[in-house]
Ligand binder design. Sequence first.
Ligand code: SAH
Length: 200
Amino acid sequence: MTLSVAKAIYLILAIGWYIIRIPHERRSRRTPVSRSARGTKEIVLLSISLSGLGILPFIYVATGFPRFAKYPFQPSLAWAGAVAAAAALLLFYLTHRALGRNWSVSLDLRENHKLITSGIYTYVRHPMYSAFWLWAIAQALLLPNWIAGPAGLIGFGTLYFFRVSEEEKLMCEAFGSEYRDYMSQTGRIIPRLSNPHQPR
Ligand code: SAH
């Protein structure tokens, strides 16, 4: 493993994620929204997350900026990053497949929105956020730069901590006891060891 390979793996992760997402972006434009909790706060959070997971690391990969923050490349860390990147892509694929037309980039409920509790959603309520955490971990391990590396953890972490309870509130309002039961049987981003959820 060399630094160039580690940078290439980061790019493959970003491009792979985009390829998985494209059909869902297209479909989401055609699927009417019945209720939305989008607002200025969501736009700010999405921008912070995009900067940390995408813009800053991309500038580093393309130019080496910011050079003052670089540290020596360690192949073993980058190998661990490659494993995290592969796991993130697999999880992105499974979450998009399970959510289907119910997916949104922000906090929206679609017309005839269905609560998905099957597939990867059997184990955790927010597996797409688990995938983004894995991306952020992969980025930190792959890029030997004190700014571009951890930027994903800070950027996505900000979105996650400000959004996840809002999202659960929206889901509780829309699905009531069905979502509350589902919450009591699943972990947020890491599967529970006991009392696993039974998909219907
Ligand atoms: N938080 C989820 C989904 C992220 S996409 C995850 O990490 O996997 C965000 C959209 O998904 C929101 O608009 C929300 O309405 C919708 N959503 C979240 N959980 C859902 C579920 N279990 N079933 C259907 N839609 C869900």
